[in-house]
Design a protein around this ligand. Structure first.
Ligand SMILES: CC(C)(COP(=O)(O)OP(=O)(O)OC[C@H]1O[C@@H](n2cnc3c(N)ncnc32)[C@H](O)[C@@H]1OP(=O)(O)O)[C@@H](O)C(=O)NCCC(=O)NCCS
Length: 171
């Protein structure tokens, strides 16, 4: 089944917040822990737009989403969630690839990721590197892997003019 990636809509804020919480449950966290993640997993209608949310559909159903947050040159892959029933089908990879492309087109040179510890291998296998760790916003004392992914344009893709009448290119 083809994975379709499209922009998220403000009216999907609640659906996506619920999806994020359900997705987080993949890792077997207790109800109490999931509840403490609720704040950081909640999207408002405005945030869906501001955070450049992209949604993945499989067979016409919303099965995941990703956000690209902040302003160039350094952004954040803030949220990446796939429903448990659709994991392992390539949806996360497609959303990750889409986020990198979105960041590159918006002029970001890199994206940082405060990863769930269980998702670290997913990001490492897709080109991210671990650069340190950060404390969780939700749970004091919990350390999260801090990852980075390079989104700078490939070297050699400069658009500088070769016209010799351009004083910038005279020497
Ligand atoms: C991490 C996540 C986004 C991957 O999405 P996905 O659609 O399953 O990913 P894909 O099908 O494209 O790729 C599968 C990869 O996911 C990881 N994965 C999927 N299910 C997993 C599971 N039950 N246990 C461990 N790793 C798993 C593996 O790293 C796998 O990589 P591999 O193919 O190189 O072995 C998804 O599992 C998820 O939403 N997890 C819960 C929420 C979360 O932690 N999100 C990241 C927040 S930083």
């Amino acid at each position: 089944m083809a994975i379709v990636i499209r922009p998220g809509r403000p009216d999907e804020a609640t659906l996506l917040s619920d999806l994020a919480l359900r997705s987080k449950g993949l890792w077997g966290y207790s109800e109490q822990l999931l509840d403490s993640f609720r704040g950081e997993l909640t999207l408002t209608p405005d945030a869906v737009v501001v955070r450049r949310t992209a949604v993945a559909e499989l067979g016409g159903m919303v099965v995941g989403f990703v956000t690209v947050d902040g302003a160039a040159p350094v952004g954040e892959l803030g949220m990446l969630f796939v429903v448990p029933e659709a994991t392992g089908e390539g949806v996360g990879t497609e959303l990750f690839r889409h986020a990198v492309e979105t960041a590159r087109s918006a002029g970001f040179h890199k994206l940082v990721i405060e990863s769930d510890p269980n998702a670290e291998t997913f990001y490492l296998a897709r080109g991210a590197v671990k650069v340190g760790s950060v404390e969780s916003e939700s749970i004091a004392g919990r350390k999260l892997p801090l990852m980075e992914v390079d989104t700078a344009p490939p070297t050699g893709s400069t658009c500088r003019s070769l016209d010799t009448s351009d004083p910038q290119s005279a020497n």
